[in-house]
Design a protein around this ligand. Structure first.
Ligand code: SF4
Length: 371
């Protein structure tokens, strides 16, 4: 059983740090986009889907009618076996929108909070303010959404450690069961990046970013949120099943402009921007590129996706999946990383240490077989 990601590439405003695949919703052919999207969804050759995630962009930038149309189609077309998540911006999440989602079986909301600090929210270009966050969470709970997650960001321009601590204190007071916390990375072609290049943006140094990360791990553990992935924390069983599909290198469909999927051992990528996607779907298919994932690439992905999870990877599972001896492929690199204290290796399970977690990408690179 596969998962399904559905992309809504529209936002009411463009955030200063954002390099996602998104467009200002104003003057966009949103209804035509939904026609195309629904056509693509209808072509999926399976009826039972493990998890569905509607993300963006911002799904809550859609009107109530548009949101209802999409949800109605998804729940009538597919049987969703477990998790049905929708991303939302706190100020756009009206009770009407929550009621629509609830009616069509959404059981998880992922709120783009980023920070509770109004000064920082403004600099990020977000449309919400601190008071919108608690209101949105309370409404979601009151209207019966089973699980609410929030996204936070740290290492923001001019942000102090105390401000990062304040965000975490506010977060744990909410009635939520999942927190994602990401370090801001300045991506090319964003407003922040351009400001930084011109010397107009003051970034906290890397040492402070590490302090924030360590504080986050420690603080959330003390408040009942166990870390299960480099940037993700959950209460009890409320880990994101959808994202775990990606991290365990399992297959999923992707629908919408610029989205991608992984099916039958091949990754596929849809056309973007929106008018091209609509035109392509009118002609019958929006797939721009299909790339078969060979065994070597799949083994690499298995390692660096799986190591993101705190439970790490299981060597016996790897050997069963790929029909090779683990040591013959990764024995040397594993020994080196063990010596450096970046990983542990016990009971056939390989995990990152805290030190390895902080240097995640450097560690993952070591598992590349083709460099
Ligand atoms: S709302 Fe999300 S997708 Fe839209 S611009 Fe902001 S960060 Fe990007």
């Amino acid at each position: 059983m596969r998962s399904l990601y559905i992309h809504i590439p529209f936002c009411n405003r463009i955030c200063t740090y954002c390099d996602f695949n998104k467009f200002l919703i104003k003057n966009q052919p949103v209804d035509d986009y939904l026609d195309a999207l629904i056509k693509e969804l209808d072509m999926i050759p399976e009826d039972v889907i493990y998890t569905v995630f509607i993300g963006g962009g911002t799904p809550t930038a859609l009107s109530n009618n548009q949101l209802e149309r999409l949800h109605h189609f998804v729940t009538n077309r597919f049987e969703i076996a477990s998790e049905f998540t929708v991303e939302a911006n706190p100020d756009e999440l009206t009770t009407d929108k929550i009621a629509i989602m609830k009616h069509f079986g959404v059981n998880r909301l992922s709120l783009g909070v980023q920070t509770f600090n109004n000064r920082l929210l403004k600099s990020l270009g977000r449309t919400h303010v601190e008071s919108d966050i608690k209101r949105a969470v309370d409404d979601a709970n009151r209207l019966g959404i089973e699980s609410v997650s929030i996204d936070l960001m740290y290492h923001l321009p001019t942000q102090t450690l105390e401000e990062c601590m304040y965000d975490l204190e506010q977060a744990v007071q909410l009635d939520i069961n999942h927190i994602s916390s990401y370090s801001l990375i300045l991506e090319p072609k964003t407003q922040f990046y351009n400001q930084y290049k011109k010397g107009l943006l003051q970034m906290p140094d890397e040492t402070l970013a590490q302090e924030m990360y360590e504080y986050t791990m420690d603080f959330l553990a003390k408040h009942g949120f166990h870390q299960y992935e480099i940037s993700n924390y959950a209460k009890g069983d409320f880990e994101s099943l959808h994202n775990k599909v990606y991290w365990t290198n399992n297959e999923y469909y992707g629908a919408g402009a610029g989205s991608h999927g992984y099916v039958n051992g091949k990754r596929y990528y849809n056309v973007v921007p929106v008018p091209h996607y609509i035109k392509a779907m009118k002609a019958g298919n929006a797939v721009k590129e299909v790339i078969p994932v060979d065994k070597e690439a799949s083994m690499e992905e298995y390692m660096f996706l799986g190591l993101r999870l705190n439970e790490g990877i299981n060597v016996l599972d790897f050997e069963q999946r790929y029909g090779v001896t683990f040591n013959a492929v990764f024995g040397t690199v594993v020994q080196r990383l063990l010596n450096e204290g970046q990983i542990t290796f016990e009971n056939n399970q390989i995990k990152l240490t805290n030190q390895g977690r902080m240097r995640g990408n450097d560690v993952f690179e070591k598992f590349l077989l083709t460099v």
